[in-house]
Design a binder for this molecule. Structure first.
Ligand code: ADP
Ligand code: ZN
Length: 606
């Protein structure tokens, strides 16, 4: 075993020059015949951890994976690299399935993908006994645990598979698992002597942002305009909203399809395919969309509605930037959003309701956060972050400046007291801004002396200041469902003292949040954006001809590598990450010709 050169296999079969953190240790553990539990964030490169051992060990590796759509893409991707991979699921007719089974028995299959329900069939397990089974990989292993966010009863039958093949090493993989879920996976699968490989949860290439719900539509269109032609998911609250958003965005020049569980299976499948293939760049979806999405080049995930928990938010935003390139996650948020989700929570009872309530509360806290969002997300999963600033979330990116807020803070505190400390911050702000809303009039708050006394700050700024005052301990939130805001003892003391007060406030949200455009990203990253676009078009054509998703041909990262290295011949092309012998043979000539042609058309500048 030790004579196998893993690096050589990596380049030969996948075209990669080195391992990602953790991969090599995990692979070695499997090669040594031991069980592993792998917890690695999305995009970390989990698949390779069992795919490479499959090639190194010979025989057959069984891969249990929950979704049919995912299987086909994975198998297509492996085949493009010249690897003998097959899948067995209900989408195949009997003759095709029988042919796959025969090939597996003849030793012609390295990786066999199956859904968990197949594993529970006795007939299938008898078939497995006729194979040279060397490794069992269980993807999305958290599905086995009721404590996870995506329990699937089918996964429970995997313990029978384990009992049947107790000598075969298992690799269980997941992107999200709390301590409790990890323990559950190990117990359910009876993985004695299992080594756990837990990489941190940090997705350093993702930028987390929260934007005010106000003017959300304009902001959304702006976000998509800045990323024309790139893939994005917009998560919506309801089926109806997905359709409205899709229609509105399409009308605004950003072709978008809607996806939700109310569509028939065929439409859902088609929609998903069109998105994965890159035919339609944007999908407006309910959370029904995602498990089957293994698309590496999603550049933006927007939550137009409040997610129900941090865990879901992490999972859903995790679909962005699997290829490791910079991508954005934007949550539109207002205090009022909570009420919509609360509607569902109210229907629950007992412990479940309490848990849902707590999870929703954590999500609201995330929305309000005035400190690093990444740190908060990581802390949720028990990961500590070094320092207080990640430099890659809206809070850390925003330039801050110390602003004297003495006067406006006095007004805010006074308004809270005058309105009786029984209302949420939104109402207090309404009063301060002189709103004539029915509720304000009914309560007689339009006759208070604080009504309309602020005219030099807008609503968002006031909210920022109020949040700052909460952090300073001068205001406090009380009550759960519709939090009211009250003045603390310290707040009263401060009012009496007439001391001045300064807060660190964002300089200018609009400009601070602007992303570099595609072209400037290209210059920074040192590749030729024109050539990149040309190669993308070529990839599209080749993928269409072969009937596979674009990323099966080459990933965005590899196209950028090609656009930067501009290889002149096969040897140079092989040096680009993501190009191995199989792909060189299949696509080398076509890509090299396009690169050559581009070079002769456009004389290199500078
Ligand atoms: P996960 O399943 O953990 O979300 P994947 O296995 O889909 O991640 O891998 C994410 C991306 O990283 C894929 O495009 C994959 O080809 C790429 N990748 C994995 N390992 C490496 C590596 N060692 N070098 C370069 N790219 C890699
Ligand atoms: Zn941060």
């Amino acid at each position: 075993m030790t004579t196998i050169n893993l690096n050589q296999l990596l380049k030969q079969h996948f075209g990669y020059d080195g391992f990602r953190p953790g991969q090599e240790e995990i692979i070695s553990n499997a090669l040594a015949g031991r069980h592993s539990l792998v917890v690695m964030p999305t995009g970390g490169g989990k698949s390779l951890c069992y795919q490479l051992p499959a090639l190194a060990m010979g025989g057959l590796t069984l891969v249990v994976s929950p979704l049919i759509a995912l299987m086909k893409d994975q198998v297509d991707g492996l085949r493009a690299n010249g690897i003998a991979a097959e899948f067995l699921n209900s989408s195949l007719d009997n003759a095709t399935a029988a042919a796959v089974e025969r090939r597996a028995q003849d030793g012609g299959v390295s990786l066999l993908y199956v859904a968990p329900e197949r594993v529970s069939m006795p007939g299938f397990r008898r078939f497995l006994h006729t194979l040279d089974l060397r490794l069992i990989a269980i993807d999305e292993a958290h599905c086995i645990s009721e404590w996870g966010h995506d329990f699937r009863p089918d996964y429970r039958t995997l313990s029978e598979l384990r009992a049947d093949f107790s000598d075969t090493p298992v690799m269980a993989l997941t992107a999200t698992a709390t301590e409790r879920v990890r323990r559950d996976i190990v117990e359910q699968l009876a993985l004695d002597d299992c080594r756990q490989f837990i990489s941190g949860f940090d997705r350093s290439n993702l930028t987390y942002r929260v934007q005010p719900r106000q003017a959300a539509w304009e902001s959304l269109v702006g976000l998509l305009d800045e990323r024309r032609g790139q893939s994005a998911i917009v998560y919506c609250f309801s089926r109806k909203e997905t359709e409205e958003v899709a229609e509105g965005l399409t009308a605004a020049g950003n072709p978008t399809v809607a996806y939700h569980a109310g569509l028939d299976a065929e439409t859902r499948r088609l929609t998903q395919e069109r998105f994965i293939d890159g035919e339609v760049p944007i999908v407006a979806a309910t959370i029904a969309f995602g498990m089957g999405i293994d698309k590496p080049d999603i550049r933006l995930v927007v939550h137009y509605a409040l997610p129900k928990s941090i865990e879901s938010y992490y999972q859903e935003t995790g679909r962005a930037g699997r290829d490791g390139l910079p991508s954005d996650c934007v949550l539109f948020f207002s205090e009022g959003d909570r009420a919509k989700q609360e509607f569902f929570v109210q229907k629950m009872t007992g412990d479940a309701r309490e848990a849902a309530e707590r999870q929703l509360q954590q999500m609201v806290e995330y929305g309000r956060l005035q400190s690093c969002r990444r740190k908060y997300l990581l802390a949720y999963f028990g990961d500590a972050m070094d320092g207080d600033s990640c430099g890659n979330c809206d809070v850390c990116l925003a330039q801050r400046q110390s602003v004297d807020v003495t006067l406006v803070a006095q007004k805010l505190l006074s308004a809270v007291i005058r309105t009786g400390e029984r209302f949420g911050i939104a109402h207090v702000i309404n009063v301060l801004l002189g709103s004539k809303a029915q509720r304000v009039r009914e309560l007689g708050h339009d006759r208070l002396s604080v009504h309309g006394i602020v005219n030099d700050y807008d609503r968002n700024r006031l909210r920022d200041i109020a949040n700052g005052l909460v952090e300073q301990g001068l205001l406090a939130r009380a009550g759960g469902e519709y939090p009211t805001i009250v003045v603390t003892d310290a707040g009263r003391e401060w009012l009496r003292s007439r001391a001045s007060l300064a807060l660190e406030l964002r300089v200018d949200q609009a400009t601070a949040q602007r992303q570099p455009t595609l072209a400037s990203t290209a210059v920074e990253a040192g590749y030729d954006a024109g050539l990149f676009e040309r190669l993308r078009a070529l990839r599209r054509r080749l993928a269409d001809d072969a009937g596979v998703p674009a990323f099966v041909v080459f990933s965005d990262a590899t196209l950028r590598g090609l656009a930067s290295a501009k290889p002149s011949g096969p040897q140079a092309m092989l040096r680009v990450s993501g190009v191995g012998p199989a792909k060189l043979e299949r696509y080398g000539e076509t890509f090299l010709a396009t690169i050559r042609e581009f070079g002769s058309q456009v004389p290199a500048k500078m």
